[in-house]
Structure formats: structure tokens, C-alpha cells
Design a protein around this ligand. Sequence first.
Ligand code: A3P
Length: 370
Amino acid sequence: MDQFSSLIQKLFFLYICVVSVDAKNNNPFIKKILLMSFVTTPGLEDYQEEANLALIFDKYKDKFTTFPKEKGWMTEELYKYQGFWHQSKNVVSVETVMATQDTFQAFPTDIYLATLPKSGTTWLKALVFATVNRNMYKNKPLSAHPLQTSNPHNCLPFVECEVLKTSPTYVDAYLPRLFATHMPYTSLPQSILDSRCRIVYMCRKPKDVLFSLFHFANKLRGKSHIVMTFEEAFEMFTKGVIPNGPYWDHVKGYYKISLEQPTKIMFLTYEDMKMDTPKYLRRLAKFLGYPFTEEEEAKGMVEDIVSLRSFDNLSEVNKHGSLSIGIPNYAFFREGKVGDWRKHLTTEMSEMLDQITKEKFDGLDLVLTD
Ligand code: A3P
């Protein structure tokens, strides 16, 4: 597109934003969106999504102002909604959760990947996208595979972001629809709970989630915010104040239902997946209704997917660029290890987290301590 057309497009969407949103409210986020339209060069869809996001913020802004509030990690504030802490003024936020609950329609063929942030969401997205769509790309050169050039977050969207789209993700040829979510089980839209769709939950041990989240938040805070200290992060985590947390309630919610309805929810751990990725990928593929055939096994398809979507390969592809919401791709790939917390947590902190975890999971066959 030439520069003139690009400017006209920007002016058009600036106009939509201004007329469709109550700009008189002096909403700083809307101002930011408008400013972003000029300093970045997103595509047409990004403008539409930004305009829709602004409309959603505006629609829900009065609904949660009285909810309990705490200081946020990556956003200014976290609000407690239905027992869980949510970011605000973000694509995955209390506003988009409410909008999703109000409008989203699940299909029985849908697949949902549920996680807490920093539990391996990006990796799980890559593995599931590659597995479910393997036939679509099997006769094409590797370079044509979307995961070779694009962040897994661009290939498999969050259901919370579906409300931003002008037309829903539904094309016969691309069934099943694949979505991720950070929503707790009890906040999922009723249509997901009622439908025969499948849900995969990946959980990660709390100390690594805490440490990963601490680094991620500081990366995103960048120079414009005061960097968090680890002590501050630890205190917030133990109080349960993390995006989509408390950690323990989120994990417990999905774990219990996975026991009651094992054909609806598969419960995986990041640690198991790291320990033996081919074994758990086979289980995952079977659960999703895409088991590897003998022929595929003989050709080494499982090992290929595992190695192509390994930490090293994914982080290489995502060294540069950023998501349309501005998060740099590399931010989703740090160490990708189990037990990285050992280098940083004091013995006292580690014991305290173990104690809380044991108490919270009392009576459950779920060991997430170390
Ligand atoms: P660390 O910060 O401990 O390295 P999420 O995708 O939910 O945001 O989780 C991010 C965590 O998953 C980060 O953990 C990141 O390094 C790790 N990760 C990303 N890709 C991975 C992969 N292919 N294999 C293992 N871990 C991966």
C-alpha cells in the first residue's frame, strides 16, 4: 500500500475510533490507541480490533469499578471478578472476559487450551497447532508453515480476543477452531461448559510460574514503569494476586473437572511435557481426536513436531518482531527450563510456597511442590 492510501486508512479508522467511542471521557487508553494508530503500521484488521477493543472498554468500564482492586504486574491494576484477578485495559482482561461471557458461542468441535500465564501457553499452542493442522502442511515446504514465520500467539488466538473480531473465527475448512484461554474454569462462557468441545489444561509448578511471570512483567514494564523487585512479586504471588490467579484456585478448578470429566478436560503439566515431549504429545493428539497413525509414526512425525517446536527452534523464529499489541515476540521465550527458580528463591521463600501449595491442594492427588 502506498503512503497516501495508508494515511487515508489511518484517518478513516481514527474517525471510527473517535465517533464510536466516548472520547470526551478523556480515557487515556483510547488516547493511546489513537496515538498508536499513527506511530505503528498495523494492518486493516488491527485497526478494526483496536476500535472494537475501545468500544468494549467503554461498554464495560462502569461494571467493575467497585470490585476489589490491587496493583497489577503488567497493567496498572488487577480487579477481582468471580473470585479471580484480571487485568484491565488489555486484550485479555476483565472487560474482554465479560464480553466473552456475554457473547461467545462455542462449537462442539472446538478445542480450548487453558493455562495460567507463564505455564507454557506459547509452547502448547505451537504443539497443538502443528499437530491438528499437520495434514494441511504435509506436502508443502517447511517454510510455508505458519509457525516457521509467525508467533504461535498469531496462529492460535485467545478466546478472550474473539470478541474483538468483526467476523468470528469460523470457516468450515478450518474446523476445528483452536482457541487458548487464561480464564478460570468457573468463568468460562456457559456455551463452552455446555458443549462437547475439548479442553486441554497445562499447569506448571508455582515457583517457576512466579519466576517466569516476574521476568515477563519487568520486560513489559520496560523503562516507563518502576521495575518490580522479586520480594514484591513473591508477596503478590503468595497473596494470590497474579493475572488470572490465585494460582492454586485456577489449577484446582480445571484439575477437579478433569477427574470428573476426563473426556472433556485433559490435565497436563509443563514438567511432564518437558520430561518426555513425544509421549505426552501422542496422548494429547489422541485426546484431541488426531492420533498419529502407524505410517506417521514410521515417518517420525511425532519427533519432527517436537523438534520443530522445541524451545530453541521457536525462540529462533521469534527473535525479532512483535505481536500487534506491542509485546515483542522474544518475551515469550526466556529459559524454558524446569526448576529455574532454584537459582533465585531463598530457602525460606521456597518452603513458604511449598507449604501454601500443600495446604491448597490438600486431599488432591496433585503434587506441585519441589
Ligand atoms: P521461562 O520464563 O521459565 O523461561 P507462556 O507461554 O505461558 O507465557 O509461558 C512462557 C514460559 O514458557 C517461559 O518460561 C518460556 O521460556 C517457556 N517456553 C516457551 N516456549 C517453550 C518451549 N518450546 N519449550 C519449553 N518452554 C517454553
